[in-house]
Structures are given as structure tokens and as C-alpha cells.
Design a binder for this molecule. Structure first.
Ligand code: ATP
Length: 318
């Protein structure tokens, strides 16, 4: 049976005066999954999040969270929702423990303080004042407050921005644990690796529209495999072979110019093998070395850059 749709966004438009920041986007987040909204700067991610969180009504289209309008039925929705905003509002002089206790006093059905601090890996910081925490620890305290009330749905707006790689990984561990416990998560991020690591499904936004959506595998499908190598100094660019008609793209690299071929067709299919053989035969015949030779599938970064640079709408896989 299909899982419940926890968040449903259909034909959402959002305007600021004359400017349309969100231009008719649709996506849904199903029960128990983590859905990541990625996008270029100003793509409309935060605007979308704020609408889903109920802070602003939709200019047009519909938004439902747990089957209700998150703006008009804010009270009913809020009790099931945890929100971690981009800028948390911590009291600098309260300790970590006092901060969590303050929230525990406000929300009904709060989880035990130690359990929450354990989950966000702040148990050993319980007596430290908020202002003395590192940036990453402050974000994790924001996360702790978002999960105190055992929300069914969690909205995380750039939860790891500004964190060092280790703090980011710690936060990913926490978020994975929440999803494993059945929490549905919608997050925005600028880190493609974060989406690759965490997301069951994702959407990439650009200029107010969703350009690509689906599982990571679906999003990568059709974007082609890549073969690249440093162009041997003895070879002119015009002489490079065109395996399967693929044209080399030449870019600057640390050790000299690099040729990259993008091969369309099924991912990691026979096309790559044949193209590699053709390239290697070409190099062997001329006694050339293809330094840094690499064959790989398209990455999320490849897709992201293509979306950012190409206004043509890519068909979404839903
Ligand atoms: N209150 C506002 N008034 C007018 N324009 C706004 C307002 N808030 C956002 N915008 C504009 O709407 C567009 C979308 O902004 P939004 O913050 O939703 O994008 P974003 O994808 O979250 O961007 P970023 O990745 O840079 O945080 C941007 O062009 C932004 O300048």
C-alpha cells in the first residue's frame, strides 16, 4: 500500500509584491522518508519551507501537511511538527539543559531531557551556556528543541550550514536516527553530499521551479557517464578521438588540460566499456599515456550544475 502523503505541495506559487519567488511547484513527502530540497541561491527553497511551515499563506496552489492547511489550521498542524529554522533563537545565558527544560515546560508530551541531548550528541555540554557553544553545537541545540515534542514531521532549513565536516556527520547521524524512528523529514540544503547521504528523494529548484525530482538514482539517470583524462602533451585537441561521436570538452586542470567525454545511454552500460577501449586503443597506437584516466557515473553535482546553467526544464521523475 502506498505510504501516506505527509506533505503535499501542488502548483504552489509564492509572490513578494510583483516578484514571483515560487512559480508553480509540486512535490510530496511520504511518511517515514527524508525529502531534500536543493537549489541554487534564491531558487525559492526557504520561501517554500516557510509556506509549508505555515508562516505564510500560498499566493496560489495548495499546501497540505498531515492533510491540513498549515497556515489556516496552524494550531492543529503545529503540535505534530518540529521546525528548525535557519536562525535559531537561543537565550545566550541559559545552559543547554536549561534551554531544553524551558521547551519541555512549554510543549505537551515532551521527551526526557537526557534522551534528547543524547540524540543530538550534546549530553556532555548540558551545563554549558548557549553563548559558549560552537556554531555546530548551537545548531544541534536548535535541532534538540525541534524534536523535544516527538514531532511526526520535521522541517530542517539548512541544518548543517556552517558546520565543519565532523559536526555535519554527527548531525547526519542524528537525522538518520530520527528517520529510522519513523520521523518524516523535509530539509533544505546547499550540500549535495548531504542530500546524497540522507535523502530518499530530492528535488532541485532553480528560479522558483522544480527542475528535477526523484530518488538520487532517478535524478542521475539519463545524465550520462563521464570519462576524463589529462590530454597528453604530444596530442593536439583536434586529434582526440570521438568515441561514439562524443565530443571531448576541454577544461583546465592542475596537471594540464583535461578532456571530458559525456556519454549518454544507460548508466555504466556497455557504452562506457566500448568508449574506454576505443580511447585506450587510440592511446596505445600512438604510445601515449592517458594520465588521470577516470570513468564515473554522473554525480549530483553534475546534474546540479546543469540545472543551474540550463533554463530548459528537465522532466521530473515522480
Ligand atoms: N521578504 C522578501 N521580499 C522580497 N523578496 C524576497 C523575500 N524573501 C525572499 N525574497 C526573494 O525570493 C527569492 C527566493 O528566496 P528564498 O530565500 O526562498 O531562496 P532560497 O532558495 O532559500 O535561497 P538561498 O539558497 O540563497 O537561501 C529570492 O530572489 C529572494 O531575493
Amino acid at each position: 500500500m502506498a505510504k501516506d502523503k505527509i506533505v503535499e505541495v501542488a502548483g504552489l506559487h509564492q509572490r513578494y509584491g510583483d516578484f514571483e519567488a515560487v512559480r508553480g511547484i509540486s512535490f510530496e513527502v511520504r511518511e517515514g522518508e527524508l525529502f531534500a530540497l536543493l537549489g541554487t541561491n534564491g531558487a525559492g527553497k526557504t520561501t517554500t519551507m516557510e509556506t509549508v511551515e505555515g508562516f505564510r499563506p500560498a499566493s496560489a496552489g495548495t499546501v497540505r501537511v498531515l492533510g491540513r492547511d498549515p497556515h489556516r489550521e496552524r494550531r492543529a498542524v503545529r503540535s505534530h511538527v518540529g521546525i528548525m529554522l535557519q536562525e535559531g533563537g537561543l537565550f545566550p545565558d541559559l545552559t543547554v539543559a536549561e534551554t531544553v527544560d524551558l521547551w519541555r515546560d512549554i510543549v505537551p508530551g515532551a521527551r526526557p531531557r537526557d534522551e534528547v541531548l543524547e540524540q543530538v550528541v550534546l549530553a556532555d555540554r548540558a551545563d554549558v551556556r548557549a553563548r559558549q557553544l560552537s556554531g555546530g553545537q548551537k545548531r544541534r541545540l536548535d535541532l534538540a528543541l525541534a524534536i523535544v515534542a516527538r514531532p511526526r514531521v520535521l522541517f530542517l532549513d539548512e541544518p548543517t550550514t556552517g558546520m565543519d565536516p565532523e559536526a555535519r556527520r554527527t548531525t547526519w547521524h542524528t537525522v538518520r536516527g530520527l528517520v529510522a524512528d519513523g520521523t518524516t523529514v523535509l530539509l533544505t540544503t546547499h550540500y549535495l553530499e548531504e542530500a546524497e547521504q540522507l535523502a530518499d528523494r530530492l528535488a532541485i529548484m532553480h528560479q522558483g521551479t522544480v527542475r528535477v525530482a526523484g530518488t538520487v538514482a532517478e535524478v542521475l539517470a539519463g545524465h550520462g557517464d563521464r570519462i576524463s583524462f589529462r590530454i597528453p602533451p604530444q596530442a593536439a585537441v583536434a586529434e582526440l578521438p570521438r568515441p561514439h561521436g562524443a565530443e571531448p570538452q576541454v577544461s583546465a586542470g592542475g596537471g594540464g588540460p583535461v578532456a571530458t567525454y559525456t556519454l549518454t545511454g544507460p548508466p555504466t552500460g556497455p557504452g562506457v566499456q566500448r568508449a574506454l577501449r576505443e580511447l585506450l586503443d587510440w592511446a596505445d597506437d600512438r604510445r601515449l599515456e592517458l594520465a588521470g584516466l577516470e570513468a564515473r557515473s554522473a554525480s549530483l553535482e553534475d546534474v546540479f550544475l546543469r540545472v543551474a546553467g540550463h533554463p530548459a526544464v528537465e522532466e521530473a521523475h515522480r
